[in-house]
Design a protein around this ligand. Structure first.
Ligand code: PMP
Length: 355
């Protein structure tokens, strides 16, 4: 017997690389644009004396601002340290059944990691051959449901009405809709939290709001769901949201014009990139997110991934069943995407696959 026999052993989630060198970074779905100048102003003028004091336990004005934005009360909003923190808390809080929770087989690869960590039984439900979620697959008995919309890493959107059908069919379990990428073109279910007390909608500041480095995530749900979530959070760490994060988060939230502007630019660049990639022999499910999940007609994804990396362009490659011939390419600036397309053209020409 040794102490090692009592260690909680888990296989952790592997985040995308954060290289130190200057590279074209299209591998972790960050926003290529900086946060609003209002964020800079807050930081410049911040009264550091406030940092002596503990922050508001509920995320203060950030939580209130989020409630107002969506026509909800603050009691229907929860904020955390990125949506990873919010999702982890939600798994711990809501998934305590002996029945398996359900999520797609191709999806955010943190879900099975949390399930293992918290010893939650789970079943991965296969997407169909077009990488689409089949709603009827989620009508069986379960201990909870998790669906990202749009899904990652495919970028495929599920319609709001199909998702509502899934929620209706699962009155006895909590349904989590992970809307990390929703602002880039899918329909949010936030307003439905007033209608269904078992629906938790999770969002983040890391993608459309260009603040992955600050770590802000949020959940919207019924008063009851949010209360249960808070009970677990306050059993773990009361002060998750630091004062600076709350202040800069609120400043970013308030600049709706800038938010719309950068999201619009990413979407326009995505649509242009789709055309260019098709011309080069790539195909992909239609993405409503800030990335494209692409496969080439003849050249293995792993070869392209390695060659691009060598050329200083980082994209994401998952060596996993069903998706090991795909690249997940984050949408950067127009210049960055042009550099990617230039690289792909010359690489494909070099190996005789440009036609
Ligand atoms: N959900 C999905 C589907 C994601 O792709 C990510 C980003 N890795 C997250 C949640 C977590 O993002 P964050 O913790 O930065 O909010």
């Amino acid at each position: 017997m040794s102490w090692e026999d009592n260690v909680r052993r888990v296989i952790p989630y592997v985040p995308g690389e954060q290289p130190k060198d200057k590279v074209i970074k299209l591998n972790t779905n960050e926003n290529p644009y900086p946060p609003s100048v209002k964020v800079r102003n807050i930081l410049r003028e911040y009264d550091i004396d406030e940092l002596r004091l503990y922050p508001d336990v509920n995320g203060g004005e950030l939580r209130e601002g989020l409630a107002k934005l969506h026509g909800l009360r603050p009691e229907q909003v929860f904020v955390g340290v990125g949506s990873d923190d919010v999702l982890a808390m939600a798994f711990m809080t809501f998934f305590n059944s002996k029945k398996p929770i359900l999520f797609p087989d191709i999806t955010y690869s943190f879900y099975d990691v949390w399930a293992d960590l918290f010893k939650i039984p789970y079943k991965m439900v296969p997407l169909n051959d077009e990488f689409r979620i089949v709603k009827e697959d989620y009508y069986e008995e379960n201990g909870g449901v998790v669906i990202p919309n749009p899904n990652a890493p495919t970028g495929v959107e599920k319609s709001a009405s199909d998702l509502e059908d899934i929620i209706k069919a699962n009155k006895d379990s909590v349904v989590i809709i992970d809307e990390a990428y929703v602002d880039f073109g899918a329909t949010s279910l936030v307003t439905l939290v007033k209608k269904y007390d078992n629906l938790l909608v999770v969002q983040t500041f890391s993608k459309s709001r260009a603040m992955a480095g600050v770590r802000i995530g949020m959940a919207f749900g019924s008063d009851k769901l949010i209360k249960y979530l808070n009970d677990v959070k306050f059993s773990f760490n009361s002060y998750t949201m630091n004062r600076l994060a709350v202040a800069v988060g609120k400043a970013m939230l308030d600049d709706t014009d800038y938010f719309k502007n950068i999201v619009g630019k990413v979407v326009a660049t995505r649509e242009r990139t789709k055309v260019e990639l098709s011309r080069l022999g790539f195909s992909f499910p239609d993405s409503k997110a800030n990335f494209i999940f692409a496969t080439h007609r003849t050249v293995p994804a792993e070869d392209i991934f390695l060659a691009a990396r060598e050329a200083g362009i980082y994209v994401r490659y998952f060596k996993k069943p069903r998706i090991d011939n795909y690249l997940r390419i984050t949408i950067g600036t127009d210049d960055e995407m042009e550099a990617l397309i230039r690289f792909l053209k010359s690489y494909l020409a070099e190996i005789g696959e440009l036609n």
